[in-house]
Design a protein around this ligand. Structure first.
Ligand code: HEC
Length: 131
């Protein structure tokens, strides 16, 4: 194998690996992280599939709702209680929940993720001021 082939093999392996790292679907994250509270509507969590409960939340828009839930809202823990959950992973779990509760959202692209991160920062700044 020459150097060029080796280089493309490494590139391929890297792509494959990053593909695996990002492969966790919103459904899988929902089942791992969110379901314990949202399936049954524990402590008043908006229940999976409850369109009436989700409609006003969905109306807040994807950027706002995702950012506020990621930071944590009242009894809803930040990052769904999983400190390792990325904003992308959280967003996709929420998309899965929303799309099964009357909404029609898409997995956020880089631009939407950037807007969510910005809203996360201003939400955190606002929360800190109140303390
Ligand atoms: C420990 C229980 C728990 C877990 C785990 C949890 N939630 Fe929640 N969630 C809640 C509760 C309780 C509320 C209602 C908060 C309130 O209004 O007081 C809530 C509310 C929300 C809301 C509405 C926020 C708003 O602005 O009113 C969203 C969106 C949400 N959760 C998404 C998620 C996602 C996505 C996950 C998984 C990644 C998740 N939650 C995991 C308990 C949980």
């Amino acid at each position: 194998m020459n150097i060029k082939n080796l280089a493309s093999l490494i590139t391929f392996a890297t792509l494959l690996f990053s593909g695996v790292a990002f492969a966790q679907s919103g459904e899988a994250t929902y089942k791992q992280v969110c379901m314990s509270c949202h399936a049954a509507g524990l402590v008043n969590a908006p229940k999976f599939g409850d369109k009436a409960k989700w409609a006003p939340l969905i109306a807040e828009g994807q950027v706002t709702l995702t950012a506020h839930a990621y930071v944590g809202v009242r009894a809803m823990p930040a990052k769904g209680g999983n400190p390792n959950l990325s904003i992308e992973g959280f967003s996709d779990a929420l998309v899965y929940m929303v799309n099964n509760s009357g909404g029609n959202w898409k997995s956020p692209n880089a631009q939407t993720i950037a807007a969510i991160n910005k809203e996360v920062e201003s939400r955190k700044a606002g929360l800190n001021k109140k303390q």
